[in-house]
Ligand binder design. Structure first.
Ligand SMILES: CC(C)(COP(=O)(O)OP(=O)(O)OC[C@H]1O[C@@H](n2cnc3c(N)ncnc32)[C@H](O)[C@@H]1OP(=O)(O)O)[C@@H](O)C(=O)NCCC(=O)NCCS
Length: 188
């Protein structure tokens, strides 16, 4: 798959650039942004995340991609599709996920970008289902899932294997979205 660039009314969903490194490190170091993760990220960890995404994209894979505001050109964070890491006990398909800088919250940007990625997943990748998951208490993220029309599957709830027992973020919820009827391939 060649590099993916998508557009919505207000946003550009584009490949990573070296120049994203500062703004990405700043949001990963913000305790509010990382409130539902075990820890904030160091500069090296943040850069390594970009490097992994670039490597995956260069190999033709799909990964979370930057969101840029068209009006200002500002890097806002990432939204996109990704293959969950193998040890997370979720259905075998792509997840949709998001992480935006605080200044970009409350404007509908995550939902707008995610709708575009869902369409890409169903129309271009021909996925039958897209999932999302988060720690139980991450209400802002669950609200994005609900706005996208995803449904919580209580039977898919799981304890995150990377977190120790009794860790407050260990319990996760699973949301699912099946391909809409009008995106199903027509039978011959
Ligand atoms: C999860 C996260 C992306 C949600 O951000 P968000 O701003 O709440 O979600 P959206 O971008 O979809 O914006 C929706 C909000 O913008 C408001 N809004 C304002 N202008 C809008 C517009 N023009 N269009 C749509 N919504 C608009 C909506 O009313 C809604 O507010 P509400 O939730 O108070 O009702 C954000 O909290 C985040 O980055 N968190 C840190 C990282 C994280 O936890 N990621 C998830 C890990 S699983």
């Amino acid at each position: 798959m060649p590099e993916i660039s998508l557009e919505t009314d207000r946003l550009r969903l584009r490949p990573w650039r070296a120049a994203d490194s500062d703004a990405f490190a700043a949001l990963n170091a913000d305790p509010d942004v990382m409130r539902y993760f075990p820890a904030t990220l160091t500069r090296a960890q943040s850069d390594a995340m970009i490097a992994r995404a670039v490597e995956k994209a260069e190999a033709g894979g799909i990964c979370f991609q930057p969101v840029e505001e068209k009006k200002t050109g500002a890097f806002l964070g990432f939204v996109g599709l990704n293959r969950p890491v193998p040890d997370v006990p979720v259905p075998e398909t792509f997840e949709i996920g998001w992480r935006l800088a605080r200044h970009a919250w409350g404007k509908g940007f995550a939902t707008e970008a995610a709708r575009c990625w869902l369409r890409f997943g169903f129309e271009t990748l021909h996925l039958r289902e897209i999932i999302s998951f988060t720690t139980v208490s991450n209400v802002p993220s669950r609200r994005v899932m609900a706005r996208l029309g995803m449904s919580e599957d209580p039977s898919g709830a799981f304890a995150h294997p990377a977190l120790p027992e009794a860790h407050p973020l260990r319990d996760h919820v699973l949301y699912r979205l099946a391909v809409p009827e009008d995106h199903l391939p027509r039978s011959a």
